[in-house]
Design a protein around this ligand. Structure first.
Ligand SMILES: *Cc1c(COP(=O)(O)O)cnc(C)c1O
Length: 331
């Protein structure tokens, strides 16, 4: 049976730019740094999740669904992107959020409400232990109202969503040819593993010849080895793809999580401010700021050589920055 090609809906503004980070490269005196601007896949509908949702929501439509259920943290970029993309397609959304409701919703949560999401909040304990049941209850509720709901897992990180970054690798193949570069490393933040799974497979399928290494912003190396491998195996079976996913190395650069998910140390906020001023690049404290701060530390430690060329994928997340504005002081 040949490989099944997945349904896709165009949602992201593609291709995104690939730009040199000239001042940061010079300042660090090591490898050449480029940034793949996936923060520019759109405005409200932006970031890495949009690439995955092109496949997840196409699958939802193919199954005749007119509603979507997904989950995440209060400031989930994935939830915000899902709500907005669903609204663009005339679908309803119900979010399962981890945490308590707030008086004045900010950042992503504000946009979730603005774009009409129904939102239910759960304690960490309930979110972790009862999530499958909660998804089922909400799906039943939609069914009683005459809707058919499609469930998207955390971060759209599954076999379907993996296509987002497999396709991004094909796009980067053209970027690299156009710029005449042969990057040795592709680096990005990893949170639910789907971007990493897609990049790891896509790098092999499209012969990018780079090492894909992701900086975990929560959990640890082992957790991502398991999650990324699982997603890749599911993807291979589901689409009957010939790629030997068992043989693919999964590289995780651990040691930069800090206090925990969505919690960063002061140096991350300093890096965010520094990069905003020197490169005009706006990072976020949960993913991209933590990851680029980690990458800078690894460069300073000598992990890379000056012959290396690194592409850092800017996966978005700007709205999460507003919710942590109190971490910055300007005077
Ligand atoms: C979700 C997210 C990531 C991590 O992507 P995963 O596929 O969940 O690992 C990185 N950066 C931003 C801004 C995100 O929202």
């Amino acid at each position: 049976m040949p490989t099944t090609s997945p349904p896709r809906i165009s949602l992201a503004q593609l291709p995104t730019p690939l730009q040199p980070l000239e001042r940061l490269t010079k300042e660090l005196g090591g490898p050449r740094l480029y940034v793949k601007r996936d923060d520019l896949t759109g405005t409200a509908l932006s970031g890495n999740k949009v690439r995955k949702l092109e496949f997840s929501l196409a699958e939802a439509r193919a199954q005749g669904c007119d509603a979507v259920i997904t989950c995440g943290g209060i400031q989930s970029n994935h939830c915000r992107a899902t709500v907005i993309a669903a609204a663009m397609l005339g679908m309803k959304t119900h979010l399962i959020l981890r945490g308590s409701p707030v008086d004045a919703p900010d950042g992503n949560l504000f946009l979730d409400y603005l774009a009409g999401a129904r939102i239910s909040f759960y304690t960490v304990a309930e979110y972790n232990s009862r999530r499958p049941e909660i998804f089922a209850e909400i799906a039943e509720q939609f069914a009683r109202e005459g809707h058919k709901a499609f469930a998207i897992p955390t971060g759209a990180s599954d076999a379907v969503g993996a296509w987002g970054y497999i396709a991004a690798c094909e796009e980067m193949k053209h970027d690299f040819n156009r710029l005449g570069i042969a990057p040795t490393h592709i680096i990005c933040a990893t949170g639910s593993g789907g971007t990493q799974a897609g990049l790891t497979a896509g790098n092999a399928i499209h012969n990018l010849g780079a090492q894909v290494a992701c900086i975990n912003i929560c959990d640890d190396d082992e957790a991502f080895q398991i999650k990324v491998r699982e997603d890749l195996l599911d993807w291979k079976v589901r689409y009957n793809h010939p790629l030997d996913v068992e043989a693919l190395p999964i590289h995780v650069i651990d040691g930069h999580v800090g206090p925990g998910y969505a919690q960063a140390t002061p140096d991350v906020f300093e890096t965010i401010a520094h990069v905003a001023r020197t490169e005009g690049l706006i990072l976020d404290p949960v993913y991209t700021g933590k990851a680029l701060n980690g990458l800078i530390k690894e460069i300073k430690k000598g992990r890379f050589t000056s012959r290396d060329t690194i592409v850092f994928i800017h996966t978005g997340g700007i709205y999460g920055l507003f919710a942590q504005r109190k971490q910055f002081s300007f005077s």
